[in-house]
Design a protein around this ligand. Sequence first.
Ligand SMILES: *Cc1c(COP(=O)(O)O)cnc(C)c1O
Length: 465
Amino acid sequence: MEFISTRGKVEKIGFIDTVLMGLADDGGLLIPAQIPQIPQDKLQQMASMTYQELAYEVFSLYTNDEIPQDDLKSLIRDSYATFRDPEVTPVRKVTDNMHVMELFHGPTFAFKDIALQFLGNLYSYVSKKKNTIIHILGATSGDTGASAIEGVRGKEGIRICILHPHQKVSKVQELQMTTVNDENVLNLSVKGTFDDCQRIIKDLFADVEFKNKYHLRAINSINFVRILAQTVYYFYAYFKVAGASSAQTVNFSVPTGNFGDIFAGYLAKRMGLPVGKLILATNENNILERFIQEGVYKPGQFVSTYSPSMDIQVASNFERYLYYLVGEDAEKVASYMAQFKAEGEIRISEELLGQVQQDFAAHGVSGDECLQTISSYYKNNDYLLDPHTACGVAAYEKRNPQDEVCVTLATAHPAKFNESIEKCDIEQTFPEQIAALMDKPQYQTVVDDSEKEIVERLEKFYTIG
Ligand SMILES: *Cc1c(COP(=O)(O)O)cnc(C)c1O
């Protein structure tokens, strides 16, 4: 498979170069030149596969001959061997028509592990095979950082630096990142917001000379591998719920921030999986809900909520969907994005809006609704939802679905967000791995929201040893 940019100004490149490039050099996002189609009889065979076997089927459509079969198989095996559940992403029936797919059984208890365990191993593989230096640089609102660090800590040939907003991540998220004492890990705690961290990272990646000099690599969901790894569990859940009969469609409700996870569902659908509606769940940061309801993509006022990993105003993966929406026309995408930059908004036609609403439904969930949903499912269904998953469940309910079957994606374990669970007067017991974090020493450097200071720290870190 070859890959192209949504803005059309990058020569076709292969899978590994796509991983290394991260953000496309023309400022767009990398996508497959054609979406591979899975024929009906293949889908039927896939229905009885294990998670790892499905991952192999899906990945190999994109990696082709760049990663030999046995290497790909062992990368997959190693990446999912760290999960606490043998099914990797088990699916629980919670009400008659609503299932919850638990994506939080990886090392850091959030769904980011599914892609980042694999990406960490892949970076390590590429570093050895191509003898290239991998210096990972990323910003996090909490979960991506913990997960990315866990994916590469102690690995040879790789260094990772993560910026997080000082004292603005949950306690468990902070501990997961900062109790790691490997030499190849640097945590910078920035006196600012997540948007400040993200802006600095974007500036550094946009400086192609700096990016190349220090071999900077991305781990956020602009990296196509993140999307690819996440398509697998849509297949897994579909077969769990619908079996081999592709007569049935299944809806998915997805707690959304950067549009990465739900875009993976869209990709699975375009590959041939009978996905019904993709229900996009947001909190009060509801730019995407407004886009899907009204056809206007325009950032609003940032709000801090109980579901901080969804507190995002500009959804970086939105551009990937926009590309397919406008009929794979890179020039149109480039002009929409230029318009966004100049005017701060994108407006689409009635006709395109009709298409959007075929693909997606969207519901925003308030803080009170989020907490009420946690309380009610705990009381009535004996199931404890984390605040992000609760947004997904509440959005499913708002759709008032009658007899549609839906899988809600559980993106984090409730123990990661005890601040919100306590607000519902629920006392949870922590998994031992999380409880053990509380006594460990922390390693982090607190820095000002200053690009200059951060660059100095990075130059030192990337050149030691
Ligand atoms: C990252 C994250 C999300 C949002 O996922 P996107 O791919 O950015 O839409 C939702 N819930 C949790 C717990 C997360 O960590």
